[in-house]
Each structure stands twice: as structure tokens, then as C-alpha cells.
Design a protein around this ligand. Structure first.
Ligand SMILES: NC(=O)c1ccc[n+]([C@@H]2O[C@H](COP(=O)([O-])OP(=O)(O)OC[C@H]3O[C@@H](n4cnc5c(N)ncnc54)[C@H](OP(=O)(O)O)[C@@H]3O)[C@@H](O)[C@H]2O)c1
Length: 293
């Protein structure tokens, strides 16, 4: 198979390149010279989507590119960069797919469970309504752009908190001496997924022609932030967890604090309906596998 991955140098993209290494992969990257080092020796690079000529064939297109949402404050300029790197790039990609003489069989396009906004402890599935905040609107626009592709199966990857030993949320939440930090009340839900389940589900989405539309990419057992922190401390045999008060997080992070203080309790209904068996349905086992040693 020939596969194009935007954002293939990122946390999820690198894991996918490893899993799909037997296929012919091309990664779109702003630093094409780093692609073989990050993604594997056989992986080709595009510096720009202009390199995709209409007679080039990709069987699968996976769209993961996007400026990191949590790393910097959401100034007007930053919001635009978050939008452009996802929504504008997706529009360009859709234009390329629609212009291709042979269309891909499937287009997997990024989104996030932030789509649902803050819905406290309400159980959410793929039919649940979108939220109203900035992150939700970003996901909505990102999804709408992807859905403009014509005559191609589309899956929208509503991605939860991806747990990996290579970076992402775990690298941010791990503290020295196995300490843990709870955010605000700790009652907000964290819908997480182990990277191995994530990549296996992507494989299923590629090959199962019945699957399309939004797909919640989360494990079946979301937990509260309090439980997540407690489990993280226990798994590391740490001794202490403390609370970062909501007012302090809001003072330090502004609107971005919502990423820590609010959450979504998401169920992967579509994935479960396919009969997929999660390797890591429970948080403690997922964390143990990633933090061992
Ligand atoms: N990891 C998670 O827990 C999680 C949760 C929810 C949603 N997501 C979404 O899923 C996608 C993949 O996640 P990830 O964790 O693998 O992300 P990541 O590690 O931050 O990688 C994203 C990739 O996007 C590319 N990128 C960054 N800024 C860009 C820009 N301004 N223009 C074009 N490309 C840009 C980068 O590739 P180059 O530097 O090579 O260009 C980077 O490797 C992201 O869009 C993310 O928002 C992730």
C-alpha cells in the first residue's frame, strides 16, 4: 500500500510509521530532512503538498498535522496558527485528494475529544453534540474540512489523551520521585488511550470498509483526573500527590487551563461495536506497561 501521512513525524505518526513499515510511506513535514531519522529509513518525504501530482496514487491518507495545542498561550495569533495548521492544511489536502486521478480508498483525518467541549461526567459517544469553546470549534472546523472530500471513505479520529513512553501527556504529567499533581477538583474526566491500541485501531479503520464518520479513539474506561493521578503515583511507587488549585492554573495558563480543569467522559462505541479487543482497557496496566523500568 502507498500511504501519505501529514504530521507523520509526531508522536502518533512515528508509531504509525513503525507499525506500517512494510508499506510505502510518504510523510509531509516542514523539516523533510528529518523524516528518515524520525520515521524510518524507507520513509519518503514531501516538503509541501504541491509535490503531490494528480497522477500519484496514495491508497491511504492519514492527516495528523497540527501545532501543539497545549504548549503556548492562546493569543489571537496562536489561535490562528492552531487553526491554519489543521483546518487550512486539511482543505489543501482535500483539494489534492479530490483532484487525484486515482482516489485513496480511505482518508483518516485528525480530530480530538475536545470536540465535545466540557460535559462534566456525562457519557459521550460519537453521536453526542459538539461543545462551544475554542477547542471544540477547532475540532468541528477540522472535521468539516475533512468531510469535503468526494467519493472517499472518511474516518474522523476523535483522539483522546494518547499514552506513550515517547512523549505526549505522560511526559508532561510525570514528576520526579513519582509524585502526582491533581488539577483543581480532580473530578474532570480524562479519556485516555494506549498508543498500541491507537495504532491497532487505525489499522482496523484502514481495512474495515464498513467504518466511517467520527470514531472515538479512546479506551473504554475513562477515569477522573483524581483517579488518573492516584494510579500514576501508585504505578511508579511514588509517595505523594498534591493539588494545583484551579485559580492558580487559570492565572498561569488563562483559557488554556480548560484543557486541564475540564474533561470529557468518552466511550469508544464504534470501535467496541467492531469487536475490537483493547490490549489496555484499564489505566493501571496501560501505565505499568509504559513506565516499567
Ligand atoms: N497526542 C495526543 O494525546 C492527542 C490528543 C488529541 C488530539 N491529538 C491530535 O492528533 C494529531 C497528532 O498528534 P501528535 O501527538 O502525534 O502530535 P505532535 O506530536 O505534536 O505532532 C504533530 C505534527 O504536526 C506537524 N506540525 C506541527 N505544527 C505544524 C504546522 N504549523 N504546520 C504543519 N504541520 C505542523 C509536525 O510535523 P513537522 O514538524 O514534521 O512538520 C508534528 O510532527 C495532532 O493534530 C493533535 O492535535 C493528539
Amino acid at each position: 500500500m502507498k500511504i501519505l501521512i501529514t504530521g507523520g513525524t509526531g508522536l502518533i505518526g512515528r508509531a504509525l510509521c513503525k507499525l506500517l513499515a512494510e508499506h510505502q510511506i510518504t510523510v509531509l513535514s516542514r523539516q523533510p530532512e528529518t523524516v528518515t531519522e524520525k520515521c524510518g529509513a524507507g520513509v519518503a518525504a514531501f516538503a509541501s503538498l504541491d509535490e503531490w501530482q494528480p497522477d500519484m496514487v496514495f491508497d491511504v491518507v492519514i492527516n495528523l498535522a497540527g501545532e501543539p495545542i497545549a504548549d503556548k498561550g492562546w493569543s489571537a495569533k496562536r489561535r490562528q496558527a492552531l487553526l491554519d495548521s489543521r483546518v487550512a492544511l486539511t482543505w489543501m489536502l482535500v483539494g489534492k485528494i479530490n483532484a487525484a486521478s486515482v482516489k485513496p480508498a480511505v482518508f483518516l483525518s485528525g480530530s480530538a475529544i475536545g470536540y465535545y467541549g466540557n460535559q462534566q461526567d456525562k457519557l459521550l459517544n460519537e453521536s453526542s453534540a459538539a461543545g462551544q469553546d475554542f477547542a471544540a470549534r477547532l475540532c468541528l472546523d477540522w472535521e468539516q474540512a475533512a468531510l469535503q472530500v468526494q467519493g472517499v471513505r472518511v474516518c474522523l479520529l476523535r483522539t483522546g489523551l494518547v499514552l506513550s513512553s515517547e512523549g505526549g501527556i505522560l511526559a508532561k504529567m510525570r514528576l520526579p520521585l513519582g509524585m502526582g499533581v491533581r488539577f483543581g477538583s480532580g473530578k474532570q474526566y480524562m479519556s485516555w488511550i494506549h498508543i498500541k491500541d491507537y495504532t491497532q485501531i487505525v489499522l482496523r479503520l484502514i481495512f474495515d470498509e464498513q467504518l466511517g464518520g467520527p470514531v472515538n479513539m479512546t479506551a473504554p474506561n475513562p477515569v477522573s483526573n483524581e483517579d488518573f493521578t492516584r494510579t500514576l503515583v501508585e504505578v511508579q511507587h511514588g509517595l505523594l500527590s498534591f493539588t494545583s488549585p484551579a485559580f492558580l492554573l487559570k492565572l498561569m495558563l488563562g483559557e488554556r487551563a480548560s484543557l486541564l480543569l475540564e474533561g470529557q467522559r468518552v466511550l469508544p462505541e464504534k470501535v467496541l461495536a467492531t469487536g475490537y479487543t483493547f490490549r489496555y482497557p484499564e489505566l493501571a496496566a496501560a501505565l505499568s506497561s509504559l513506565l516499567a523500568g
